[in-house]
Design a protein around this ligand. Structure first.
Ligand code: BGC
Length: 756
């Protein structure tokens, strides 16, 4: 790596052609350099849960091989840990591997919302909740960047499906964007300042994200204070000149100089201000300069320690959905005796499903499978049957293999416990396309039913990157959702089943009964180039809880081998309006006989709001480790933003105030304590005009006074039924009909006095 360079001095010496070249890649994975001025090229590479550094063939679909790197669990599993400290540690390890491989920027994490469980890339995303995704994303980014390398927060924004992802227009109202699809990005930007943000391929309300000035400049930089560089998703730039003008700094990958020439022309003919291009160049140079020190000292990578960390993360990201008693005792964890008499069934025990397909596909340093891990931990050659064949690249589910099934049933018959490894075939979950249903392959469900017919201690271990329907779960005594566990997922499962580790994961996404129940059903994935976000702010549990739709497992759910009690939930409000805050306190106690960790969730409801609000929204959480009998009192402070909604007309955050419900729970449907406070809201009145309705005038202190006086002179208008009928009439109509005791000239006078 060459010596340090001065960004401003280099900028001053660059030709126009060099500036255009610097703001696009030099190849698939490198920025451009300027040798004569000592500016090196630097490498950026995928991401997010491991490094995909390709040595030779370059592609963004995970096809070409890459150097070995630790494959940590993808975001779906990491999110289920609800553990910001763990995410920070995983981030540090990722940062060390990035640096150790002389890569400047790791292209992740992705904090897009899981709008539908069908999204093909959900395994790479954290949650259906923006606060959870934002907190975890910020921790991961801080961890990675603490090693002196950068991240790329992606895909900004409203990239919530793979179908037509490179063109589709996500048609979303602003309130929904502000409350649901943008806040995770906002939180990561404000807390962790990622070195780069990657814009998405899709359009938002008709404008390509790569060319959206409102998104890339007004919101991202002017409002949130983003200081880094905006890079395009690979191939997301449609009109490079428009993109630079909108605030896109770096186009990736290289276009062979084609779009650089367009930028040069645009500056020469005055269509693009050179100062705007200079700003982009400055950001690219700053990024390169920033990466220089770490790249000069790559350091070593502790492969063993990273594998151990991946194992810890996989265990803590697994969610124990169900653990029913058989003969009076929960089936898990297995005692030493149970373990010695267990059998293992399911191809995924031998051939793990541990990551998804596409640009995030990592070439692991090693790979643990559950069968080997269970055999070595128990010291017993546990019997195994594959039970099913996994569907191949054709996409069709493999037919039930009668011989495999019959063999599995024989293995299960008379066994102490059946550890049955099921999940989605790899072909079901990939970048580039979405799923069309929520089901496990039929041959796996048939296997479960057949095995359960001969053994009542069946433990289903699931491997899938996004929610699957679990209508078969009556046949299982226990269900452990491991998501995709990364390279150490196999040994992590053994740790959990054998009770070496106590499960502490919680669902970061709801598990619905049916795809028809899901919020975006009917509006996903859209058609004819548009996807309408018709469910608005009601995504995930916000939808199910507000509409009282029964779910298989709610957001936030997850069992432990111990139990937790909640007590003394209190809430108190301070300040008012835009400086309101609510302090919440709760005591949690480990009421069982094992050490364990509980994630306490704080939800806020605003039942008196002037707009439709979800019944409850997660605003804070904390994971706390407790010894048996130990108690801990947790304090949370909710700020005004946590109490606000995005006011569609005022186009800003607004504290509506009134009765505010604070719920503390173990899931969105397991609320253990509720406290109510009354928040003093802001004055949220727009300017009164002739077009404002009677109700809007009456809701405004000055308007009510003026109208009351005017109506006083037309007493018929005060009749309650009459008032109700008139409530939604614009004042100009009331005046035109002469119903309120004033004519149009009188109304002009009222409007003027209201403004005075
Ligand atoms: C993906 C990005 C990825 C990029 C580079 C794109 O297709 O959407 O997430 O970082 O390729 O591989």
């Amino acid at each position: 790596m060459t010596a340090a360079f001065d960004v401003e001095r280099v900028l001053a010496e660059l030709t126009l052609e060099e500036k255009a070249a610097l703001t696009s890649g030099s190849d698939f994975w490198h920025t451009e350099g300027v040798e004569r001025l000592g500016v090196p090229r630097v490498m950026v590479t995928d991401g997010p849960h491991g490094l995909r550094k390709q040595a030779e063939s370059a592609d963004h679909l995970g096809i070409g091989n890459s150097v070995p790197a630790t494959c940590f669990p993808p975001a779906a599993a990491l999110a289920s840990t609800w553990d910001v400290d763990l995410l920070d540690r995983v981030g540090r390890a990722l940062g060390r591997e990035t640096r150790g491989n002389e890569v400047a920027v790791l292209l992740g994490p992705g904090v897009n919302m899981k709008r539908s469980p069908l999204c093909g890339r959900n395994f790479e995303y954290f949650s259906e909740d923006p606060a959870l995704a934002g907190d975890l994303g910020a921790a991961l980014v801080s961890g990675i960047q603490s090693e002196g390398v950068g991240t790329s927060l992606k895909h900004f924004a409203a990239n919530n499906q793979e179908t037509d992802r490179m063109r589709v227009s996500a048609d979303v109202d602003e309130r929904t964007l502000r409350e649901i699809y943008l806040p995770a990005f906002e939180r990561v930007v404000k807390r962790a300042q990622p070195w780069t943000v990657m814009c998405s391929y899709n359009k938002i309300n008709g404008t390509y994200a790569s060319q959206d000035h409102w998104l890339l400049t007004e919101v991202l930089r002017d409002e949130w204070g983003f200081e880094g560089l905006v890079v395009s998703d690979w191939g997301a730039v449609v009109d490079r000149v428009a993109a630079v003008a909108a605030g896109l700094d770096l186009e990736m990958p290289a276009t062979g100089g084609r779009t650089d020439a367009l930028v040069v022309d645009a500056v020469k003919n005055g269509r693009l201000d050179e100062a705007v291009l200079d700003t982009a160049v400055r950001r690219v140079l700053t990024l390169i300069a920033r990466a220089r020190p770490a790249l000069a000292e790559p350091g070593s990578i502790d492969v063993e320690a990273h594998h151990a960390l991946a194992r810890e993360a996989a265990a803590d990201g697994s969610v124990l959905l169900k653990n029913a008693p058989v003969d009076g005792t929960p089936v898990l964890p297995l005692s030493a005796d149970d373990a010695a008499r267990a059998v293992v069934i399911g191809e995924f025990a031998r051939t793990p499903r541990y990551q998804g397909a596409g640009s995030s596909q990592v070439n692991p340093t090693r790979l643990d499978d559950a069968l080997t891990a269970l055999r070595s931990a128990t010291g017993t050659e546990l019997p195994f049957a594959a039970g099913f064949a996994v569907a191949g690249a054709g996409g069709d589910a493999a037919p039930t293999d009668a011989a495999l099934l019959a063999e599995a049933v024989e293995v299960a018959r008379g066994a102490g416990t059946v550890l049955l490894f099921l999940g989605l075939p790899a072909v079901d979950e990939s970048e580039g396309y979405d799923r069309t249903h929520l089901d496990l392959p039929a041959n796996q469900v048939a296997l479960l039913r057949a095995v359960a017919a001969v053994n009542d201690r069946v433990v289903v271990v699931l491997a899938n990157g996004s929610a699957v329907a679990v209508e078969w779960q009556d046949a299982a005594a226990a269900v452990l959702e491991t998501w995709l566990g990364g390279q150490a997922g196999g040994s992590a499962v053994a740790d959990l089943l054998l009770g070496v580790r106590n499960p502490s994961g919680k669902l970061a996404e709801t598990i619905p009964h049916r795809v028809e129940d899901t919020p975006a059903f009917g509006n996903f994935p859209g058609d004819n180039g548009h996807v309408r976000y018709g469910e608005g702010v009601l995504i995930g549990y916000r939808w199910y809880d507000t509409r009282l739709i029964d779910v298989a497992y709610p957001f936030g759910h997850g069992l432990s081998y111990t139990t937790f009690g909640y007590s003394d939930v209190t809430a108190s409000v301070s300040g008012e309006g835009a400086s309101s805050a609510v302090d919440v306190s709760v005591t949690v106690t480990n009421t069982g006989d094992r050490a364990g960790a509980e994630t306490v969730q704080v939800y806020v409801g605003d039942p008196e709001a002037a707009v439709l609000r979800p019944t409850r929204e997660l605003k804070a959480f904390a994971k706390v480790a407790l010894e048996p009998g130990e108690s801990r009192t947790l304090q949370f402070t909710l700020d005004a933003r946590d109490l606000s909604y995005w006011h569609p007309a005022l186009r800003r955050w607004a504290v509506g105030g009134g009765r505010t419900v604070i719920e503390v729970g173990a899931s969105s449907r397991d609320i253990r304590g509720t406290a109510e406070v009354t928040v003093t809201g802001e004055a949220l009145h727009g300017t009164l005009t002739a077009d404002s309705t009677v109700n809007e005038w009456l809701a405004h202190p000055r308007g009510a006074e003026l109208l009351g006086a005017a109506f006083g002179e037309a007493t018929a208008a005060l009749d309650p039924t009459m008032l109700a009928m008139m409530g939604d009439m614009p004042m100009r109509v009331v005046a035109g009909f002469g119903m309120g005791g004033f004519d149009l000239a009188g109304l002009d006078d009222l409007v003027a006095r209201a403004a005075a």
